[in-house]
Design a protein around this ligand. Structure first.
Ligand SMILES: [Zn+2]
Length: 275
């Protein structure tokens, strides 16, 4: 495929991800190796590293998808997944004024989120036929609910677990605190796309008619990549900050360098549209 400004940016972002992961997981810098590099195997904050693993894989998928104009219309669905990762880690790190008391700690909130995850897994497995799942899946899910329920009782929280629907509230709060509209707006718009409720987004004006399902525009690809990148850097920021990894300053430098490249590419793309 012929290179273009968005494809040219991809190696920089791959390098950024590898470097950020190395800061998070230590000198070994092994990809997706969080499990055996955890600060404490029993810490509720282990959940942060698992969510970061999810974000890491999703961002890799986003890079590949935005590299290919024909595959790129799937990008908003991946950006939405990254937005959810961002909302979860932000909530663990900072909480939300409308939920739990101000004294709740990140550790406590991580338990509330894990309880929600375990509940939803069991709920979904219970709604599925046995033929569609492994024999041990339900038992594993129930074991998970049992252990995390016990932890949750210990912290004396009365909630029934953070629900995935709370993600929307996280972005509302972000909007109200910082005047940042696009995370909530993108989350809502990409929801319609991921539920296949917005096929008209795949239409392009061509002359006097419409063309369906053609390649995504350069500007769209750049926008999705830039939004996904913003989600990713926030996921890493909250995970590194909450786990008190010592190299936050180095992480900031990495982000600044990568952000410069993303902004430069954006200018190149916008200029090419104006020609
Ligand atoms: Zn709770």
């Amino acid at each position: 495929m012929a290179a273009d400004p968005v494809s040219d940016l991809l190696p920089t972002l791959v390098d950024f991800l590898a470097d950020a992961d190395q800061l998070l997981c230590g000198e070994q810098g092994r990809w997706a190796a969080g499990e055996d590099l955890l600060p404490s195997p029993d810490s509720p904050l282990d959940l942060l590293l698992r969510i970061r693993t999810e974000a890491m894989h999703t961002f890799h998928a986003l890079l590949r998808v935005t590299d290919d104009p024909m595959a790129a219309p799937a990008a908003p669905i991946l950006v939405r997944q990254l937005l959810e990762c961002w909302a979860h880690v932000q909530w663990i790190a900072e909480g939300q004024s409308s939920t739990l008391g101000p004294t709740a700690t990140p550790e406590q909130r991580a338990i509330c989120l894990e309880l929600g995850m375990a509940h939803w897994l069991c709920k979904n497995l219970s709604a599925s036929s046995n033929e569609s799942q492994y024999e041990h899946s339900k038992a594993d899910g129930e074991k998970w609910v049992k252990s995390v329920t016990a932890e949750h009782e210990q912290i004396g929280c009365a909630c029934s677990g953070r629900d995935f629907k709370a993600v929307r509230n996280s972005f509302k709060e972000l909007r109200d605190r910082f005047g940042m509209d696009w995370p909530l707006d993108t989350y809502i718009a990409a929801s319609a796309a991921s539920h296949a409720l917005m096929p008209q987004r795949l239409a392009h004006q061509e002359g006097t008619g419409l063309s369906w399902g053609g390649p995504a525009s350069l500007l769209d690809r750049q926008n999705w990549l830039a939004r996904g990148f913003t989600c990713l850097i926030n996921v890493y920021l909250y995970v590194i900050g909450t786990l008190h990894r010592p190299k936050v300053g180095e992480y900031d430098k990495l982000v600044a360098a990568a952000q410069t490249e993303v902004s430069r590419t954006n200018r190149v793309v916008v200029a090419s549209m104006e020609r």
